[in-house]
Design a protein around this ligand. Structure first.
Ligand code: SAM
Length: 339
């Protein structure tokens, strides 16, 4: 390997020269030998105060920060690298990779690279389809790492065990769950409709002064995870999870609530009559919907109308964009107060 060989007293001068002339081979570290030093070079040229030699030994390689761009620089073009979305969703130790269609034939390479740079990730999957059906589930395909779709996600001080295909879960809603828990006042009784693997009940119970949080979920597999998660987080005294259709189960709970959370953005408003029935006067309802920016105000009017017609007028305290479903379409939470 080509190197500039000099004694230590001239080392700085030689280094300055080869840096200035862009001759230093940045992939390797210099090697010291007694009173001398070898600087790895990129090409043969004359260097003042140094002898240019072809060494018989190899230089130690420099440890580079592992980045996707660095790992894929020889496998993808610059244009292809720029197409990779930089923020990928991570659920527990599984990354849910989003790759644009142009990079379909490179998705395994990209997945392997993510696996290398992130020690906490053991599996990289990609979505096979959108969330669908009444359970809002979807299939995922394993691209790299362990053949595993079950994980424990850590969020807002709780652990949420789930299977990516058996229950709906979005790590990206973590901040929104915390936002709701911070609104809760001491001793509130809360109903979370459509509770899935119980992320809302757990996060609220753990991070707020709520007295009790009920969850109702239709999907039996999600319900099983929810029960397990309550135990896992030792929240048995604060969280009660019930299996079944909100429409049938909610009326069997013999109490009204200070707060009702409705995280079913596709069709949540169809259940407003149920939540209004279970909400005390002055209670809060958090209703989620997927809406285009332009639709938000009309939807708010529609919600007010539904509530008024149902005999429970509401005031809309806030409309919070708490996620993006697709370009221009947001997950919006309407914070309602019964008046
Ligand atoms: C969008 S997911 C939200 C799950 C969970 N709250 C979360 O944030 O991860 C909606 C959930 O509502 C459940 N669901 C749909 N219709 C329901 C109903 N009529 N009664 C109870 N749960 C229902 C689905 O099975 C699904 O788990």
């Amino acid at each position: 390997m080509l190197a500039a060989y000099t004694d230590l007293k001239n080392a700085q001068k030689v280094k300055n020269f080869i840096l200035k002339k862009d001759l230093l081979n940045h992939d390797y570290l210099p090697v010291k030998e007694l009173e001398h030093i070898f600087f790895p070079l990129t090409k043969k040229t004359k260097i003042p105060n140094a002898e240019v030699v072809d060494t018989k030994f190899n230089f130690p390689q420099k440890e580079r920060p592992q980045t996707i761009d660095f790992l894929l620089k020889d496998k993808l073009t610059k244009t292809e690298l720029d197409l990779i979305p930089r923020s990928q969703e991570i659920v527990g130790n599984i990354m849910i990779l989003e790759v644009p269609p142009e990079l379909k034939n490179k998705e395994k390479l990209i997945a392997e690279a993510y696996l290398k740079i992130n020690r906490n990730i053991t599996t990289v999957v990609k979505k096979q389809e959108m969330h669908k059906g009444v359970y809002r589930t979807r299939k995922v395909k394993i691209l790299a790492g362990k053949n595993n779709k079950e994980t424990v996600h850590h969020e807002n001080g709780v652990e949420i065990k789930l299977h990516l295909e058996k229950t709906y879960f979005s790590a990206r809603s973590g901040n929104e769950r915390l936002r709701i828990s911070r609104l809760v006042k001491p001793n509130e009784e809360i109903l979370v409709m459509f509770s899935g693997a119980a992320p809302y009940p757990l996060v609220i119970a753990k991070n707020s002064p709520a007295k009790i949080v009920y969850g109702i979920e239709l999907n039996p597999l999600a319900h099983q995870f929810a029960l397990e998660n309550v135990t896992l987080n030792k929240l048995e005294k604060k969280v009660i999870i019930l299996l079944g259709d909100v429409r049938k189960i909610a009326p069997t709970i013999k109490k009204k609530f200070n707060r009702v959370v409705m995280p079913l953005p596709k069709t949540g408003e169809e259940f407003l009559d149920v939540s209004l029935e279970k909400a005390k006067k002055g209670a809060f309802i958090h209703l989620y919907a997927f809406l285009d920016e332009k639709e938000i105000d009309d939807y708010a009017k529609k919600v007010k109308m539904i509530c008024k017609k149902g005999g429970h007028p509401v005031r809309i305290l806030k409309k919070v964009k708490c996620g993006q479903f697709s370009p221009g379409t947001f997950r919006v939470c309407f914070d309602l107060k019964l008046i």
